[in-house]
Design a protein around this ligand. Structure first.
Ligand SMILES: CC(C)(COP(=O)(O)OP(=O)(O)OC[C@H]1O[C@@H](n2cnc3c(N)ncnc32)[C@H](O)[C@@H]1OP(=O)(O)O)[C@@H](O)C(=O)NCCC(=O)NCCS
Length: 230
């Protein structure tokens, strides 16, 4: 992902959420060898074991690896001049039973929240020092809208969103994903339980049971990047 994308992304995060958020992304295709080497070196001993045991497809493995590097870079960026920085391999990413990722050093959980997203070819991680209810989601804007998008919204939502363009529908989808990651459950097929309750150009409100989530989206030429975090 280009430096100009990172600049746009991090400036937007600062504008929207203040100073506590950092994001970093990588493109899997044509990844420079030194970036791959850096990612492998950044793994903790436990993560190295996970990497070696990884049985999923090649692309999934690369996504996993680069997400770890991106997350660790975000965390060290967030420290700025606060004392000594840990090495990347001291920082570890663990997950709870639902799959929500957390940062830890020496087995001690860090207060900084982490969220990860990947599309086929791109990986983005972001950290927040502002809230632990934090979730992100990335989509390629030109992703063809398949049949699934019809199933993604309930009848009530479809009525509300009936005049939306494919890009705006995709934006609503990323908002659901980001909100469900902030809550820590993920969607896991419960697409209609996560309802688009309000939709305007600034933000989308997602409701789940009696919880409400505000999601803001950065739209660039190529991507939709949604963030849920107070
Ligand atoms: C599981 C889920 C969190 C994300 O699924 P996904 O499609 O893999 O989405 P992304 O690539 O954006 O996110 C993956 C990351 O989400 C994070 N994640 C997984 N479970 C999570 C949870 N319960 N809470 C917060 N984050 C979670 C992980 O860090 C994962 O990255 P990692 O495996 O490298 O650590 C969830 O929202 C889901 O069920 N998605 C449904 C996808 C779907 O139905 N798509 C249909 C259209 S094709």
């Amino acid at each position: 992902m280009s430096e100009s994308f990172h600049k746009t992304l991090n400036n937007w995060l600062k504008d929207q959420f203040g100073t506590g958020l950092h994001a970093r992304g990588f493109a899997i295709q044509n990844l420079p060898e030194d970036t791959k080497a850096k990612a492998l070196q950044s793994l903790s001993p436990q993560e190295q074991t996970q990497w070696q045991d990884f049985s999923d497809l090649h692309k999934r493995r690369e996504q996993w690896l680069l997400a770890r590097l991106a997350a660790k870079i975000c965390y060290t960026d967030s420290l700025q001049d606060q004392g000594t920085r840990p090495s990347l391999s001291q920082i570890e990413i663990i997950k709870n039973q639902s799959g929500k990722p957390f940062l830890q050093i020496n087995k001690k959980p860090l207060a900084t929240a982490l969220s990860i997203t990947h599309t086929d070819e791109y990986v983005v991680a972001a950290t927040s020092q502002n809230t632990n209810k934090f979730g992100i989601d990335l989509e390629i804007k030109t992703r063809p809208i398949g049949d699934w998008i019809g199933r993604a919204f309930s009848r009530k939502e479809s009525q509300m969103l009936k005049d939306c363009s494919p890009t705006q529908l995709l934006r609503c989808w990323t908002a659901k994903e980001a909100a469900s990651k902030a809550f820590g459950t993920g969607l896991h097929g419960r697409w209609h339980a996560w309802q688009v309750a309000e939709f305007d150009s600034d933000q989308i409100i997602i409701k789940f049971e009696d919880h409400e989530f505000k999601v803001r989206t950065l739209e660039t030429e190529a991507f939709l990047f949604s963030v849920c975090g107070e």
